[in-house]
Design a protein around this ligand. Structure first.
Ligand code: CU
Length: 137
């Protein structure tokens, strides 16, 4: 328990440092510093994907925090609606990074409007309900 808390804290510090470095690099390159990304907490379980937000905008960066609250590994991808070929994923977090209890932070900017979905593509999971339709405007 104690170890997990320390590990979580260490990961948080690493995440903050990474963001600081990225912002710094952006500034050094003379690029426009972007505003803070909108954080979206996504929950994976058997067999569902939940998100408080299902309508997104192109342009601003999102910080997807994907947590596996299930008892088996899951993966997470943003897919064109109806697409099941994961090579077509806009962005993806593999199941190796999402064992039970794991939380992964993925920053991503949606550049294309349309119908998409959050999905888990471990065989059988998508069919069992691990699909959440989303809309990008
Ligand atoms: Cu799954």
């Amino acid at each position: 328990m104690h170890y997990m808390n320390l590990r979580r804290m260490a990961l948080g510090v690493i995440a903050i440092l990474t963001v600081a470095l990225l912002v710094g690099a952006c500034g050094a390159a003379g690029g426009q510093s972007s505003s803070n990304p909108t954080e979206v907490q996504i929950t994976l379980s058997e067999f569902a994907i939940e998100s408080p937000q299902t309508t997104f905008s192109t342009g601003p960066s999102y910080r997807f925090v994907i947590k596996n609250e299930g008892t088996i590994s899951h993966n997470w991808a943003i897919m064109p609606r109806g697409e099941t070929d994961t090579s077509q994923a806009l962005t993806k977090v593999d199941e190796a990074q999402l064992p039970p209890g794991a939380s992964v932070t993925q920053d991503f900017t949606l550049t294309q409007a349309g119908d998409f979905g959050f999905a888990c593509h471990i065989p059988g999971h998508y069919e069992a309900g691990m699909l959440l339709p989303i809309t990008v405007q």
